[in-house]
Unconditional design. Sequence first.
Lengths: 151, 147
Amino acid sequence: MIRVTRKVEFSAAHYYHNSKFSAEENQRIFGKCSNPHGHGHNYVLEVTVAGEPDPRTGMVLDLKELKDILQREVMDRMDHRHLNHEVPELAGKIPTCENIAAVIWDLLEPRIKKGKLDRVRLYESPDLFADCTAERNGDRVAADAGRGTRA
Amino acid sequence: MNSGVKVSLTRRYRFSASHRLHSTDFSEAENQRLYGKCSNPHGHGHNYVVEATFTGPVDAETGMIANLGELDPFVQLEVIEAFDYKYLNEEVAAFRESVPTTENVVREIYRRLEKFPGARLERVRVEETSKNSFEISREFPANRSAA
C-alpha cells in the first residue's frame, strides 16, 4: 500500500465561545481564544490517501483530482472566512483544531473515489496540530467529535 | 463524524539542555568506543523538541481533546522547567541512574506526561537534533518499563 499526501494552506478567523457557559466560564476555559472579535491562523492541511497504484497509470489517485477536491471542499468553504459564522458544517461546534479536522474528514471521505482517506492532519500553527485517522484494530478510543454543541 | 475515525491532538515544545553519554558500567575505553564524542567529559548540548500526542474523546462542550490552558502549564512544570537549561546527567534525578540517551529521555518524558489528567497520552516524540528523533507509543507498553 502507498500513502499519497497533498498539502494546502488556508487562512481563517475563529474564536471559542460556548453559549451554555457564563462569560466567566468562557474566559476561564478558553482564555484569549474567546476574545469576542476573533483572531486568525494560517492553517496547513495535509491530506493522505492510501491505496495501491493503478497498474496502468502508476497512481493511487490523480493528484489533480485531489487538488480539485481540496479546493472545492476546503478552500472554497474556509479560506479567508470566519469559521464561526461562515462555515455551516461547523455551526454549533467550537471551531477547535480537533473539530475542524473532523469536519474536513467528513467532507473529504465520501469524495475520495480512488484509494481511501487515511489521515487528515490540520496544523493551526507549526506547534499544534490535530490528526483524524481511520481507526485501526486495537484502537480503543472512539472519536465522537460529531457530538457538537450549540456554541 | 463517522465512527471508525480517531482524532488526536499534537503539541510541540522545546527545551535546551546538556548531557554526556557515559556509564560507570563500562571502562573509559569502552565508553569512548561506544559513545564516541558524545562521551566527552564536559558534556555537550542540544535544542530538543518534544512532540506530545493525546487522543480523544473530543469534549462536546469545548470541542477539545485537551485544553491547552491546562496542558501547556502541565508540560511547562513537569518537563520544561525540569529539563530546560539543565545538565541532564546531574539535574534530572532519573539520569543519575540511567544514561541520558534520547531513548531514555523520551521514556522519562512519557512517564511524566502520562500523568496529565486531561487526556490520554498516545505518543511522545523527541527530536534531539533535526536529524535524530526518538518516539514512544502507547502501542508498545513494554518499551515503557522503568528507565
